[in-house]
Design a protein around this ligand. Structure first.
Ligand code: IMP
Length: 442
């Protein structure tokens, strides 16, 4: 399985797409239209919001898993758009247990974040306003509508009434009759794609087929283990991916953490290595750091090993994919945060403070690694031809540094948006000692 190891936007789409080539099933395990997985195909850019990357590959089934909250109208449009572009080469399968995210949730999400912002601008989460929090809240309150309920008119009506009755503070909701009709209609159109997906996956694994779990969002946005309350409302960790797919832990054979060579964040919340000046602007410009879902400019800063160590332990990562190393090409030196110093003088190396305001006060301590050359056409061509042996030595040192400092080997490197701009590094003979990770706690 693969999970994000920072605050989201690590270039997961590109890595999922690369790995999907060898899979039979690729399963999105959580979140919903808040995600934006960008994949640069020879035919042009595709941004998948709710569909799994598997749908772009012939012979692959892209599953919208049970842990997702799906906006059915937008999902239908996403499928149609791919069909129109001739890019829906795989199959789409939708879990009957996934929850439906409705316009009422989108309206409630905006209402809640506006309310927070009015009370104190710094408390606004800056959500994607796609309705994620309210949809998961209704799921937990057991008043949610599941995809399987869309073609059960009595259940649909009862749940809608319950939902509307609990949201009387919202004034601009679409009329309930109209909503019930539209949901039943879209449910009917999507019905041929809806299945109980867990037995399909269990059977596939029993036949020895490869199943890839595609985590959206990231460890630091996890509802429990992220920078609460500046988090999303799902569990984008390896444990969450299992709950969100219905697969047991005994089936997992690798957990790949995806991280950018620097750090970005969209929305509010602590970000110790954020660069608000020229350096941040440089990363934003060269890295094209703008949200794929909302178009918001991403906050940018340097690589933070505290976050990576935390994500490594939280997820049990077995390897890393480090993306966008080309963005840092041409810099003389690369600052890398090795630890935080807290206001009381204590240091933090791999365990995040539970309170977001404490993390806000963390001061990053940097090591400065040597930079590597710009990724001009000649270097890209050599990497395509010769593979990992053509990586600049200083970049190799940067990747080794990440492995040494986190106890997790780097397995993949992304050096551009294209499908062929990912390298697999030769396997590491022995995994770096994890005892080092334990020693960092405290
Ligand atoms: P929500 O998931 O829309 O509720 O947003 C909660 C927080 O998670 C906000 O800070 C969002 O910017 C962030 N977030 C949600 N999804 C993504 C994503 O796919 N990439 C990056 N940030 C995300």
């Amino acid at each position: 399985m693969e999970v994000g190891a920072q605050f989201g936007d690590e270039g997961k789409g590109k890595v999922f797409d690369y790995l999907a080539a060898d899979a039979r099933y690729v399963v999105r395990t959580g979140g919903g239209p808040n995600a934006g997985h960008s994949i640069h195909l020879p035919e042009g850019l595709v941004v998948l919001h709710q569909l799994s990357c598997g749908v772009l590959r012939k012979g692959v089934v892209g599953v919208c898993g049970p842990g997702m909250v799906l906006q059915p109208f937008a999902l239908e449009e996403e499928i149609r758009e791919l069909e129109r572009r001739g890019l829906l080469l795989g199959e789409v399968m939708i879990s009957d247990r996934a929850h439906a995210l409705l316009p009422v949730h989108e309206i409630e999400d905006a209402w809640q974040d506006d309310f927070r912002a009015r009370r104190a601008p710094s408390s606004a989460l800056g959500t994607t306003r796609r309705g994620i929090g309210p949809a998961y809240a209704d799921r937990a309150a057991r008043s949610g509508i599941r995809i399987a309920d869309l073609d059960r008119p009595a259940v649909l009506r009862e749940r809608l009434e319950m939902m509307y009755a609990s949201k009387t503070h919202l004034t601009n909701l679409p009329p309930i009759d109209e909503m019930a009709t539209r949901l039943a209609e879209v449910g009917g159109r999507l019905a041929p794609l809806v299945r109980s997906t867990e037995p399909v996956l269990w059977d596939a694994l029993a036949r020895g087929e490869r199943v890839l779990l595609e985590g959206a969002q990231s460890a630091l946005l996890d509802l429990d283990f992220g920078t609460y309350p500046f988090v999303t409302s799902s569990h984008p960790t390896s444990a969450g991916a299992l709950v969100g797919s219905g697969l047991p832990p005994t089936e997992v054979d690798s957990i790949l953490g995806i991280a950018k060579a620097y750090t970005t964040r969209v929305g509010g919340g602590p970000f110790p290595t954020e660069e608000t000046g020229e350096a941040g602007e440089y990363l934003r410009r060269v890295g094209g750091e703008r949200g794929a879902t909302t178009g918001r400019a991403r906050r940018c800063g340097w690589l933070d090993l505290v976050l990576l160590r935390y994500a490594a332990r939280l997820n049990g990562l077995t390897s890393f994919a480090i993306t966008k190393v080309d963005v840092l090409g041409g810099l003389d030196e690369i600052p890398v945060c090795s630890q935080y110093v807290m206001p009381d003088g204590s240091t933090v190396r791999d365990v995040l403070p539970a309170h977001a305001d404490e993390m806000d006060r963390a001061r990053p301590v940097y090591e400065r690694l040597s930079g590597w050359p710009e990724f001009h056409a000649h270097l890209r061509e050599r990497l395509r031809r010769e593979g990992a042996s053509a990586l600049p030595t200083t970049l190799r040192r940067f990747l080794d540094h990440i492995a040494e400092e986190t106890g997790v080997p780097v397995e993949y490197v992304g050096y551009g948006p294209g499908r062929d701009e990912t390298l697999r590094l030769p396997p590491v003979a022995a995994r770096p000692a994890r005892t080092g990770v334990a020693a960092w706690s405290g």
